[in-house]
Design a protein around this ligand. Structure first.
Ligand code: ADE
Length: 251
């Protein structure tokens, strides 16, 4: 996978993604990340890439020319036209299933806006996907791009040491992950659940599944609508979740 980030703050994204698991994946050649500085494509001697908005209004807007120049510097070199993701609170909300879809691509371009946004004309011309990371407004698209790159990268084979852990994670089967424990067996008077020490693999699996259902019912009942539950599990969920009770009575 090749990630390209069009940004006014290349050091922010490169520093942020250069450490930990993603940094190691880059060092191992599993993925590449490069940042293109939009300012390098400024069309005036002052290196300015923003200007006032036509029609008035507060704030400055990034100009179409430099953004297009940065885009061309990447897309002009690739065989296929890569998808271009514009990070914006106006986009579709990012999710695990979107991460899985993007992970299938060979090349992705992230366009990070700043100031009040980007001239609409260049967006119309190059953007294929508008993506938000949640219903709040950030100062720029860099953090959202880093969030997306992290979530997509960990799905690429070899990036996580233990490939199985990419499977058994939150949102698998639309259920949250069960609680987990490590040594010591007792901490602050709290004991690790007996069943996990039993060595009985089947019972451990059963307990974990139940805990996933209970935890989802308590913390994210909205996810249960999509989860595939047995009748017994539905009963269990009802016990822990009032909204789910109402929902299933309506059905
Ligand atoms: N840019 C500013 N806020 C954002 C958000 N919530 N998601 C994606 N891009 C953004």
């Amino acid at each position: 996978m090749h990630f390209h980030i069009l940004t006014l703050f290349p050091e922010m994204v490169m520093d942020g993604l250069g450490t930990s698991i993603i940094g190691r994946a880059v060092n191992h050649g599993l993925l590449t990340i490069d940042a293109v500085n939009i300012r390098d494509f400024a069309e005036n001697k002052h290196n300015r890439v923003d200007d006032y908005t036509y029609g008035g209004g507060a704030g400055m807007l990034m100009q179409a020319g430099p953004v297009y120049g940065a885009y061309q510097s990447v897309a002009g070199k690739t065989e296929k036209k890569p998808r271009v993701i514009y990070l914006s609170p106006q986009g579709q909300t990012f999710s695990q299933s979107m991460a899985e879809e993007f992970a299938k691509e060979e090349e992705l371009i992230f366009l990070c806006g700043h100031y009040e946004g980007i001239d609409e004309r260049v967006l119309e011309e190059i953007v294929t996907d508008y993506v938000s990371i949640g219903d709040y407004v950030l100062t720029g698209g860099e953090l959202p791009a880093m969030v997306m790159i992290d979530a997509i990268s960990r799905l690429i084979p070899g990036v996580l040491h233990n490939d199985a852990s990419a499977e058994f994670e939150s949102f698998q089967d639309h259920l949250l992950e069960y609680p987990q424990y490590t040594r010591p067996e007792e901490w602050h008077g709290k004991k690790v659940p007996e069943i996990l020490l039993s060595g009985h693999h089947l019972n451990v699996e059963k307990w974990r599944r139940e805990q996933s259902v209970i935890r989802t019912a308590k913390r994210r009942p909205d996810l249960l609508a999509k989860a595939e539950l047995t009748e017994k599990e539905k009963e269990l969920a009802k016990k822990y979740c009032q909204p789910f009770l109402k929902m299933s009575q309506n059905n």
